[in-house]
Design a protein around this ligand. Structure first.
Ligand code: TGC
Ligand code: FAD
Length: 402
């Protein structure tokens, strides 16, 4: 029986997502990966899908989800369990990010920042005392963290940063400002990168309630609206030396970015899958000229190209995951996957929106939200063009940044 437009609209907000696996990539996953994915998919259907459109519309971060994200093991899935992580491998980490971003890129961001940009640097470069003090609480969602690298005048070029750590005996005095910091207005701790008196980049753990720290929210975002973004302002903040991380140079923050970019390479496939899933279903249900629009060649071209790009991205992510598990994934390989997978996700979101016609611009369907979110994802953690230049540098040996 032909379904009415009203019927389609009523059912649109139900989360009827199921995964798509054209090349049977699932067979390359372990039982543990599949179990992790099912658990996160169920959680997203129960906790994220029913609320996300409203939070996005209101421009509010669903901060109540931090606890649930901790419970499903989304914070540092591949970090050791004794330090608050999930004790799983890099593919499990990727699969979890994919399911979260299937729900919303902002929710995936909540997990990426906490796990890869706050817990990871403390795990990798922290002293034992720092690890014991911060990691279990971060892993449990009892503390919220943020990562301060970008500055108002230094985005793609973080090496130019002007924030300063001045040595003052038993403490460093931190001055400067960070911009575009995910979670900063709600964070309890921040991993902050600034230059010391010798001009070397150093990382410090800063607590929100220390004197001289403020974190005003950045308003007016039309993308990633269900994620909270702010500044970090430091005015003569005394950072005890016990809160300094044991790494020097730009490779400190950039190595954390590698960890997070890897998660985004998987995550963006989730947003693409949700758009494809919605477009495929809509095209089979929507009747024009007495036929489902899926019967038209032009619609089939869009859908066929979507699943082709998704399949290629899934294989890229899986191979990257196996290399990461062996400790062989290079930063440039991660850049290639982040760039490609976010790019195809954004293209798929745009095509899916077309397939939904006018309904595609409403929040009855997830595609426009994903599309708007992906404009951030293609910019943060290194822009689309910066990742291209990283590949260019890697294959030619010549840096074209400067
Ligand atoms: P360059 O000379 O190339 O490198 C300096 C040192 O760092 C090493 N390195 C890396 N190490 C590990 N992982 C990586 N990905 C690395 N990339 C570089 C490099 O080997 C070198 O080490 P050493 O020991 O020889 O000193 O540095 P450069 O100044 O020329 O810059 C290179 C460039 C442009 C690629 C880099 O600055 C860059 O990636 N820029 C993009 C900035 C960026 O991605 N910012 C992201 C901010 S955080 C964010 O967006 C979070 S969003 C969170 C969310 O909500 O999900
Ligand atoms: P710019 O660096 O000014 O770039 C503008 C344009 O110039 C881009 O198209 C870029 O590709 C191009 N460009 C720059 N340099 C070159 C070059 N050498 N060659 C060719 N083209 C070039 N940062 C954090 O530290 N922590 C966070 O938690 C965080 N969260 C974020 C959340 C959101 C919602 C957003 C939007 C950003 C976030 N960022 C965060 C910052 C993000 O990483 C930066 O926005 C990004 O790195 C780009 O920097 P920029 O915005 O200053 O752009």
């Amino acid at each position: 029986m032909k379904e009415t437009t009203e019927g389609i609209q009523r059912r649109a907000r139900e989360d009827r997502y199921h995964g798509h696996d054209y090349y049977l990539v699932d067979e390359l996953l372990t039982e543990e990966h599949r179990l992790a994915r099912e658990a996160v998919r169920d959680w997203v259907k129960q906790e994220v899908s029913p609320i996300i459109e409203d939070y996005f519309e209101q421009g509010k971060c669903p901060t109540h989800l931090f606890k649930g994200l901790a419970e499903i093991g989304a914070f540092g899935p591949s970090l050791p369990a004794e330090y608050g992580g999930g004790g799983m491998d890099e593919i499990a980490y990727g699969v979890i990010m994919q399911e979260l971003e299937r729900g919303d890129s902002g929710v995936r961001s909540m997990a990426s920042v906490q796990g890869s940009l706050v817990m990871y640097p403390i795990f990798k470069y922290g002293t034992e005392a720092q690890k014991r003090k911060y990691l279990p609480k971060l892993g449990a969602g009892e503390l919220i963290g943020c990562f301060g690298l970008t500055e108002p005048d230094y985005g793609s070029n973080p090496g130019g940063m002007v924030s300063r750590l001045h040595d003052d005996g038993d403490a460093f005095v931190l001055n400067g400002a960070k911009m575009w910091i995910t979670n900063s207005p709600v964070a309890d701790v921040a991993v902050v990168w600034a230059k010391d008196d010798e001009g070397k980049v150093r990382g410090v753990i800063v607590e929100r309630d220390w004197k001289g720290v403020s974190a005003p929210e950045i308003k007016g975002k039309l993308s990633l609206r269900a994620s909270i973004t702010g500044e970090l302002i430091f005015e003569d903040v005394r950072v005890p030396k016990e809160n300094v991380l044991e790494v020097q140079g730009l490779r400190g923050p950039l190595s954390c970015l590698s960890k997070a970019r890897y998660g985004i390479a998987w995550g963006a496939i989730g947003a693409a899958l949700d758009c494809y899933d919605s477009a495929l279903r809509y095209s089979l249900e929507r009747i024009q000229f007495d036929k489902p629009i899926a019967a038209f060649q032009l619609t089939q071209k869009k859908l066929a190209e979507m699943i082709t790009e998704i399949t290629k991205a899934q294989l890229l992510a899986w191979r990257l995951g196996t290399l990461a598990n062996e400790g062989r994934a290079t930063p440039a390989q991660i850049s290639m996957a982040k760039r490609n997978n976010v790019h195809i996700a954004l293209q798929i979101a745009r095509e899916a929106r077309q397939i939904h016609g006018g309904m595609g611009i409403t929040n009855e369907y997830p595609v426009m939200r994903h599309m708007m979110n992906l404009e951030t994802v293609i910019t943060y953690e290194g822009t689309h063009d910066i990742h291209l230049l990283i590949t260019g540098h890697d294959i030619t040996g010549i840096s074209a940044f400067k």
